[in-house]
Design a protein around this ligand. Structure first.
Ligand code: NOJ
Length: 659
């Protein structure tokens, strides 16, 4: 049996560890396919908000372990855990004070091992954070740097300056909180550089010692058994004068070095870039397939919301047209919502104004350059819009990433500080604290949602498990269906261009499987005529209900779609080539009979009936030639003409293998 590198302790796995395609390892419960992330369903969760096992009001790792069956039941195959490391938690753990431990609030390394092992037993992989760009100002590296003399190796771990005038072209990301990317440090007697909060000094990637330190961190986490690392804020690792200090060539060179390190030491591990950039700059994080395996598609996210509001497919088609193809082995990560604001950095000024107007009417809903809201409130709690957006998320090219709570349509609280309103406790049932914790409600890490429309007493897992019509059950069915068709995770995409711009239609194809996706982006019924002539003869099967639709002919394929409806339909592979091959190799048989009448209406009719299916299959004028012919029956025959030039016209009834 193949040995998975997952089982090996840190530093002992080697490249020559055996691998056998997508076989499932009995010891780990995980398929050993190194491209596992292409078929994955990722579930992003905040451990502190998921489930509290010890009643201190804070979700923890053992709480998560207790809820793995729920995640498994959902159909998820990988969990992305938000930051776990010790931290002052001024940026929810993205301000790391120790890279090689977990925060006591969430548990211990041993607890994390329990989560990893128990998840693996259920066929679920674990992805967590690698925050390389910056640390907390409480990290010992920074504490020692600010006290060390300028020019010393310790000092050189961070980026210092005597003036705040360097790198002036770099934008301020947290513009609601920070006036500058430089902050004066009295101890160091110098300014230090930070792209985020002033308590998050940027590490100095010009210093090779920082690279070495990061490689150790990577080996630590992979050694623990995590399968993937999300590279937080990866475009900002290096700085250079007269640039915007984003996506610099040095950053890509470092990522290639990191990837080479990982490839030499580990197997089936995955790097996921967080690069909030325009498509071309974002795609650069795949390199030539030698940087990150995965990469969030930031620009498509707001455009999905834009498209359903404008009732027009243009924003989606346009941004995908600008998206370069991904190198083999690479994959986009697609998402609707996450733990941050719905960022509007990668849209035009007009688009941003539009998004604010339609999705963030109240000032409290806006933060930095974005909208701090969850999926359900964003779409006015409209179930059909949630389904449509998920339908797109799960069928556009890439791997879907679901944000915890969105599978039950959880609400948010825009009156909490920063992005906390979208990070509130998971709603398990209608008990105290939504079943999240046994603690005094006043002690909870964040308050549960009590907005009347999204109150935890109504919106919770238990209630939705008990109702097979709930959003939760619908999401489970969506996930299950997606997992049956690898074309979604691995296939090509081909947009159709119907006249009705309120309808988005595309084909996903992989290894002979073709899926047609048609989505009505409008609140009203729409019709659409699709050019599917390439698939003539194939009868689409709607995948949710397995309903057989009328076959495709040479004419446009006509569909009507209800408000925000979307269809996934399997198209049988067009057997055009097969028909061509059949035609070339077909020889019309000779049947000897006493007379034409005997052959068409008499005793020897069966000879002709047996020969007819093969004959019909090769006739270009016969529309049913692309389907399986089960039998033919001559129901009538008329002789035309006399002697050698006589012809017989026949009426033949055909039966197909299906229908
Ligand atoms: C991106 C993370 O998603 C966000 O939550 C964090 O505040 C910044 N990076 C800084 O680490």
């Amino acid at each position: 049996m193949a040995i998975s590198a997952l089982d090996a302790p840190a530093g002992t796995a080697t490249k020559d560890t055996a691998r056998t395609g997508s076989k499932t390892s009995r010891s780990t419960g995980l398929a050993e396919d190194p491209l596992w992330y292409k078929d994955a369903i990722i579930y992003e969760l905040r451990t502190r908000s998921f489930y509290d096992s010890n009643g201190d009001g804070i979700g923890d790792l053992l709480g998560l372990a207790a809820k793995l069956d729920y995640i498994k039941d959902l159909g998820v195959t990988a969990i992305w855990l938000l930051p776990l490391c010790p931290s002052p938690s001024k940026d929810d753990g993205y301000d790391i004070a120790d890279y090689m431990d977990v925060h006591p609030d969430v548990g211990t390394i041993a607890d994390l091992k329990v989560v990893i092992d128990e998840a693996r037993r259920r066929g679920i992989r674990i992805i967590t954070e690698l925050v390389m760009n910056h640390t907390s100002d409480q990290h010992p590296w920074f504490q020692r740097a600010r006290r060390a003399p300028p020019g010393s190796p310790e000092r050189d771990f961070y980026v210092w300056s005597d003036t705040p005038d360097r790198y002036r072209e770099a934008r301020i990301i947290f513009k609601d909180f920070e006036p500058s990317n430089w902050t004066w440090d009295r101890t160091a007697n110098a300014y230090f550089w930070h792209r985020f909060f002033a308590h998050q000094p940027d590490l100095n990637f010009e210093n090779p010692a920082v690279h070495a330190a990061m490689f150790e961190v990577v080996d630590f986490w992979f050694g623990l058994g995590v399968d993937g690392l999300r590279l937080d804020a990866v475009p900002y690792l290096f700085e250079a004068e007269d640039t915007n200090c984003e996506n610099l060539p040095q950053t890509h060179a470092f990522l290639r070095k990191l990837r080479a390190h990982i490839d030499a030491k580990w197997q089936s591990k995955m790097l996921l870039a967080e690069a909030n950039q325009w498509p071309e700059d974002a795609a650069a994080y795949f390199g030539q397939g030698d940087e990150c395996h995965m990469n969030f598609h930031f620009p498509i996210m707001p455009r999905m919301f834009m498209s359903i509001q404008m009732e027009d497919r243009f924003p989606i088609i346009d941004i995908l047209a600008q998206t370069p193809p991904v190198p083999p082995g690479c994959q986009w990560a697609m998402f609707l919502r996450n733990h941050d604001e719905l960022t509007l950095e990668m849209v035009t000024d007009e688009e941003r104004d539009y998004m604010y107007r339609v999705y963030a009417a109240e000032p409290a809903m806006r933060l930095n350059v974005g909208i701090r809201r969850r999926l359900a409130p964003l779409v006015g709690n409209d179930r059909r819009k949630m389904e449509l957006l998920n339908g797109l998320l799960f069928s556009l090219p890439g791997t879907p990433v679901l944000y915890y709570g969105d599978e039950i349509g959880m609400g948010d609280n825009v009156y909490l500080g920063d992005r906390n309103g979208v990070r509130t406790p998971m709603q398990w049932n209608s008990d105290r604290n939504a079943g999240f914790s046994r603690a005094n409600p006043q002690r909870l890490i964040l308050p549960v949602i009590i907005d009347p429309e999204y109150h935890f007493e109504a919106i919770n897992v238990e209630a939705q498990q008990n109702n097979t019509h709930s959003l939760l059950w619908w999401t489970k069915r969506l996930i299950a269906l997606r997992k049956q068709h690898r074309a979604f995770g691995r296939g090509s995409i081909d947009f159709l261009n119907p006249d009705n711009s309120r309808v988005l239609a595309f084909l996903r194809e992989f290894e002979g499987e073709t899926i047609l996706v048609v989505a009505n982006l409008s609140r009203f019924v729409q019709y659409v005529e699709l050019d599917l002539s390439k698939y003539q003869g194939s009868a689409p099967t709607e995948l949710f209900g397995r309903t057989r639709m009328p076959p495709i002919t040479e004419r446009p394929y006509f569909l009507t779609l209800g408000s925000y409806a979307f269809y996934w339909m399997a198209l049988e592979r067009p057997p055009e080539n097969e028909a061509q091959i059949r035609l070339e190799s077909y020889e019309i048989p000779t049947i000897e009979a006493a007379s034409l009448e005997v052959l068409t209406a008499g005793d020897e009719r069966h000879l002709l009936e047996e020969a007819l299916p093969a004959f019909l299959h090769t006739r270009p004028w016969f529309l049913g030639r692309l389907r399986m012919l089960a039998s033919t029956r001559i129901t009538d025959a008329v002789r035309l003409g006399q002697g050698d030039s006589a012809l017989v016209a026949m009426l033949v009834a055909t039966e197909y293998g299906s229908g």
